[in-house]
Design a protein around this ligand. Structure first.
Ligand SMILES: Nc1ncnc2c1ncn2[C@@H]1O[C@H](COP(=O)(O)OP(=O)(O)OP(=O)(O)O)[C@@H](O)[C@H]1O
Length: 224
């Protein structure tokens, strides 16, 4: 479970999140909101990429400030743009990167990389230059590179925004098949219809927190 306790965040003294308290335990949680409402800031607080200006974020009881490493290892983060996440020349090397950083034995790294390549249909790209993949394939690679680390929770920041229809479907399928808790920031209202919970942010506050059937229409009404 990820818990936010009276969380505030400001950039250079300008408040962006204003006193959010939530327990996130459902398997599929979406975060909706207009541009600038604070969604990315919210998402980044969940794995300690950003620390709250005030308040606390706890990941399975680990405080992202005091126990940053343990908190971070539990929450995988997938950025909107996979280019910021892909750092190594080939697909297999890129997936292995996070495991090497954790100093796991070579055999275990090889085993886990192969398992993820197979599972997500990336096997044929094993030795392929990562920068030559299509946008959708890059997004799948970025997700695979996070999943290989076996996080308990996954945060996606607008995972389908840059994708065409076919790749959008692939990524949605991939997310659907995950066993972890998944928190997705998105503008994709279709994707969230099957989720367990939808949060709507406005000016850094949660203005709706409900099942999709209730929260999505509430969000659409607020837009009009
Ligand atoms: N690093 C930063 N420094 C200063 N201001 C920032 C920074 N990151 C975000 N902001 C500002 O904080 C506010 C909230 O930004 P945030 O990216 O969290 O919103 P968002 O809901 O994800 O928006 P979008 O849908 O456009 O991605 C915006 O006004 C933004 O300009």
């Amino acid at each position: 479970m990820i818990e936010l306790r009276n969380v505030f965040h400001s950039y250079d003294g300008r408040p962006v999140l204003n006193g959010i308290s939530l327990s996130l335990a459902e398997r599929r949680i979406a975060v909706l909101g207009c541009n600038g409402s604070g969604k990315s800031t919210f998402a980044r607080l969940l794995n300690g990429l950003i620390l709250p200006t005030e308040g606390e974020v706890l990941v399975d009881g680990h405080d992202t400030r005091r126990d940053a490493r343990a908190a971070r290892q539990r929450v995988g983060f997938v950025f909107q743009n996979p280019d910021v996440q892909i750092v190594y020349p080939t697909v297999a090397e890129d997936i292995a990167f996070g495991l090497k950083a954790r100093k796991l034995p070579k055999e275990e790294i090889a085993r886990r990389v192969e398992a993820v390549l197979d599972r997500y249909g990336l096997g044929r790209y094993r030795d392929h230059p990562a920068h030559k993949l299509s946008g959708g394939e890059k997004q799948l690679l970025a997700i695979a590179g996070v999943l290989v680390l076996e996080p308990h929770h996954l945060v996606f920041d607008e995972p389908t925004t840059l994708l065409d229809l076919r790749n959008r479907r692939k990524v949605i399928e991939m997310i659907r098949g995950l066993s972890q808790t998944v928190i997705v920031v998105t503008h994709d209202l279709d994707m969230v219809r099957e989720f367990d919970r939808v949060l709507v942010l406005e000016d850094g506050r949660v203005v709706a927190d409900d099942l999709p059937a209730v929260a999505v229409p509430a969000y659409v009404r607020r837009l009009s």
